[in-house]
Design a protein around this ligand. Structure first.
Ligand code: KIV
Ligand code: ZN
Length: 396
């Protein structure tokens, strides 16, 4: 089995399902081009039957990018599949992503049908999609909560009908990493014909486990990870692309690689955040504003001496210029001297002691002491030292 993990980006489809974050066609094309440059293998551009606007967006994205596969979502319904096929006509590598619910919850309550009907509809949808494109991905919606034996039967039917990728969504973000990994392993070992297709993870973040579950799925045998930039998506979001890519990179012992140019992770995170109008939480791994910021004295002292004492990733590797030493009331002299030096002030020990006292007064008043504050504080440095000298002279 190959150890190259396919990165399937669904920022433009599942990611765009964030309420109020609809992208227009121009924005979708801009993000798709950035995804191509980033090195993703598949771009899920939208759900073409959902609206004429989305159809047009998928059509334009399919024509705008050349290297990645472009994928359109459809339900297991002929008119959805046909519309997806039409929207992908200009793609160099088109893929139709079709599927149906497979958990008891979905079969009984949402689809109000029987397991036998699901088997039939799954196979029929893949077969119909195959009449348009060679590359057909089948999704088994709510696979995370589905019975593994039944899930295996559905996947066998999809493979027989020609599916090239089998997507195992944890649609509700319910699984624990161990359970999800075991599910993928079970399918890898028990689905007849599995060698004709690859398994894909598609995890949601309702319990904050999407990334952990995706990695567990890879270890269990999945070779495609479905994810979004900034982990954006409906409810608590999808698996975050940047987290998965950097976990695989930072753990070469696992033995997996991706085709992602990690130096573009921060630029694309900013692009998606700006276009969607969704602020990235500051403590977000890899791309949050504080991901490489240090504010406590103990950490700052370590990082100034050797960055790796408190950082496992070189910020340059993910497109961040440098680590940040943030000055707060928790900062120590080492950080103050460092930041002052960055601004051109080389402080002697006496100067540093004097300035540090002033600094703490300002820091206690403010959440963060910025460069402008520091410049102001520095104005007092000579005065403070002079004062200390005078006091000393008077006493002696
Ligand atoms: O979460 C999910 O089940 C999905 C499918 C439609 C692929 O997004
Ligand atoms: Zn999803």
């Amino acid at each position: 089995m190959t150890n190259q993990i396919q990165i399937f980006d669904t920022t433009l489809r599942d990611g765009e399902q964030v309420p109020g974050c609809k992208l227009n066609t121009i924005q979708k094309i801009e993000i798709a081009r950035a995804l191509e440059e980033l090195g993703v293998d598949v771009i899920e551009a939208g759900f073409p039957i959902s609206s004429p606007g989305d159809f047009e967006a998928v059509r334009r994205v399919a024509n705008a990018v050349r290297r990645p596969t472009v994928c359109g979502l459809s339900r297991a319904i002929e008119k959805d599949i046909k519309t997806a096929a039409e929207s992908l006509e200009g793609a160099v590598r088109p893929r139709i992503h079709t599927g149906i619910g497979v958990s008891e919850m979905h079969i009984r309550y949402k689809l109000q049908t029987t397991p036998e009907d699901i088997l039939y509809r799954a196979a029929a949808a893949v077969k119909y999609a195959k009449s348009f494109v060679e590359d057909v991905e089948f999704y088994a919606e709510d696979a995370g909560r589905a019975d593994n034996e039944f899930l295996a039967r559905v996947l066998e039917a999809a493979i027989k009908a020609g599916a090239t990728v089998l997507n195992i969504p944890d649609t509700t973000g319910y699984c624990l990493p161990e359970q999800y990994g075991a599910k993928i392993k079970y399918l890898y070992e028990n689905v007849r014909g599995i060698e004709k297709a690859i398994l894909a993870t598609h995890c949601h973040n309702d319990l904050g486990l999407a990334t952990a579950n995706s990695i567990s799925g890879v270890i269990g045998g999945a070779r495609q990870v479905e994810c979004t930039i900034n982990g954006i998506g409906e409810r608590a979001g999808n698996t975050s692309l940047e987290e998965v890519v950097m976990i695989l990179r930072q753990h070469p012992d696992l033995g997996y690689t991706t085709g992602i140019n990690t130096r573009l992770l921060n630029p694309i995170s900013h692009l998606v955040s700006e276009k969607m109008g969704v602020v990235v939480q500051p403590n977000k791994a890899i791309v949050g504003a504080n991901a490489f910021a240090h504010s406590s004295g103990i950490h700052q002292d370590g990082v100034i001496k050797k960055r790796e004492t408190y950082e496992i990733i070189d910020p340059l590797e993910v497109g961040v210029d440098h680590s940040k030493i943030v000055l707060t009331a928790r900062s120590g002299r080492a950080a103050l001297a460092y930041r002052a030096k960055c601004l051109g002030y080389n402080l002697t020990k006496d100067e540093l002691d004097a300035v540090y006292t002033n600094f703490l007064v300002v820091a206690d008043r403010k959440k963060e002491v910025g460069d402008e504050d520091l410049v102001e504080i520095m104005k007092f440095r000579n005065w403070e030292i002079e004062q200390e000298k005078t006091a000393h002279a008077t006493v002696s």
